[in-house]
Design a protein. Structure first.
Length: 491
């Protein structure tokens, strides 16, 4: 390491946040060695830092100040709800996700439309829009209907399911599904599979299929946090809206007395969110979450999902790809930003046998959405990230201590009222943003540990006139993860 040029040594150390040893040239660091009692940033205002180096200076200051002053360390452990949170990561004013059901999607269709949605590649349908859009998975296929699922005429055997049919000893598209889950193009489960039947009394699903599915998923690291109900009354593994007097009376996944019971396993294995089959015509929501008490006594977050309009008293479903231009209008996106709301849009991107699912109007609408994100108005996130963020935003506890002209903020907990304190991983706190008077003099800690400087996001005043500091959102990832490119992905 001695032979490395100075800047490279610095970069290595800065990235690993191990030491401030490389930053020995500016005098402030030397003086700190000599005077360990000095408070943090003691000479900030008098140090001659050229404006063009200010960013680096602040960066290095944060790097060097890994030690929390002992005089405030204790106070920083007492977190509470913080009234000065910004609702969305700066500069965004609203957040939007697509929640797409995997119904009748072949692997070829999946790769084709996600390449357009998630990458900036040149595709036969134009440059991709490069948005963070996830999808759902199926482990099994037990549908006995004669569906034609793609343009080449494939039946249900062509659909991307993990296992072959309903046989957990035979794999079908396991590699594809595992790959897409790891890369983020899949982040939810559309129940365990397609159990729709011609005769809804001829039920195929049973608990043993759930046991086998979870065994495999846990072993392969496929752990979706969102469950989306599917299909007709034969899909008895559905849950979350059971009502003996309504259509949803078939839902039995949370009934401990039913042979279809599985929510003991599913919640334990990480499912924290459910779309309970109740479609909604309301687009924006102040919160995407509402608590549901299941029949086995457990609680889970229900998810608001926009699915349809109501026209002359009838449901006009817009959760199909040829209607995406009605889901994404400038008027709707403007209103979402004005109201400061979340929207989760139901879709069935691959549900038809029409080839590339978006027509000209749909492509234009998706480009419009990309512009709203590029302009800093609407943040598009895969559904699991949006939901995890909403839990964190609503239930984060932090301690804020002012100390010698600086602000110290320690995130002490994400106190999920249904699932208890959540692990304080980086992903769990990404995007959290605090209004502060002097973001350039604010330290962020997570569970008492200083946040690495490259994760700081210092924000100027927004529409409210207040400046803020936040933890950087996930970096934009427009890599082409199409399964046929997996060799390239591995490099
Ligand atoms: Zn479905």
């Amino acid at each position: 390491m001695r032979h490395l040029p100075f800047p490279l040594v610095c970069t290595v150390l800065a990235v690993s946040i191990l030491s401030s040893g490389c930053l020995e040239k500016p005098p402030v660091f030397q003086s700190e060695v000599d005077q360990p009692e000095q408070p943090a940033f003691p000479q900030l205002e008098t140090l001659p830092v050229p404006p063009e180096e200010e960013d680096f200076y602040l960066f290095s200051q944060r790097l060097v100040d890994l030690e929390v002053p002992t005089s405030i360390a204790e106070r920083l452990t007492h977190g509470s709800l913080n009234a000065n949170m910004r609702k969305f990561p700066y500069p965004y004013r609203g957040m939007l996700a697509f929640a797409s059901d995997i119904d009748d999607t072949t692997p070829e269709e999946f790769a084709e439309y996600h390449r357009f949605l998630n990458t900036k590649e040149e595709t036969p349908n134009g440059t991709g829009v490069g948005l963070d859009i996830g999808d759902s998975l199926w482990m099994y296929m037990c549908n006995d209907r004669p569906n034609i699922t793609d343009r080449s005429g494939k039946g249900l055997e062509g659909v991307m399911t993990y296992f072959d049919g309903a046989d957990p000893t035979k794999k079908r598209y396991a590699n594809e599904i595992k790959h897409y889950f790891q890369k983020g193009w899949i982040d939810s489960m559309h129940t365990f599979g397609d159990f729709s039947r011609k005769n809804v009394k001829d039920v195929c699903f049973k608990r043993q299929l759930a046991v086998k599915a979870w065994e495999e998923m846990i072993q392969e690291g496929i752990t979706p946090s969102l469950w989306i109900n599917h299909g007709n009354e034969a899909n008895v593994d559905s849950f979350g809206a059971y009502d003996p007097n309504r259509f949803s009376r078939y839902q039995a996944g949370d009934d401990p007395t039913s042979p279809a019971y599985h929510t003991d396993l599913s919640l334990k294995n990480g499912v924290h969110f459910v779309w309970n089959s109740v479609g909604e015509s309301r687009y924006g929501q102040d919160s995407p979450l509402f608590p549901i008490r299941l029949r086995d006594g457990q609680k889970i977050w229900g998810v608001h999902r926009y699915t349809h309009e109501v026209v002359n008293g009838k449901n006009d479903w817009t959760w199909v790809p040829r209607e995406v231009h009605r889901q994404l209008t400038a008027e709707r996106l403007d209103r979402l930003a004005e109201q400061g709301q979340y929207a989760i849009l139901g879709q069935h991107f691959g549900g038809y046998n029409i080839g590339f699912p978006f027509d000209e109007k749909g492509v234009a609408a998706l480009r419009l959405l990309e512009r709203y994100q590029d302009q800093g108005t609407i943040l598009v996130a895969r559904t699991s990230r949006l939901l995890q963020y909403a839990v964190a935003y609503q239930h984060v506890k932090s301690a804020v201590v002012e100390h010698i002209g600086e602000t110290w903020i320690n995130i002490t907990a994400i106190d999920d009222p249904l699932f208890g304190p959540q692990p304080l991983t980086l992903d769990a706190v990404r995007g959290l943003t605090f209004y502060v008077e002097k973001p350039e003099r604010t330290h962020l800690l997570v569970d008492g540990k200083p946040l690495p400087p490259e994760l700081y996001q210092v924000n100027q005043a927004d529409q409210s006139g207040r400046s803020s500091i936040g933890i950087r959102w996930f970096p934009r990832d427009v890599h082409d993860y199409s399964y046929q490119n997996q060799d390239e992905n591995a490099q």
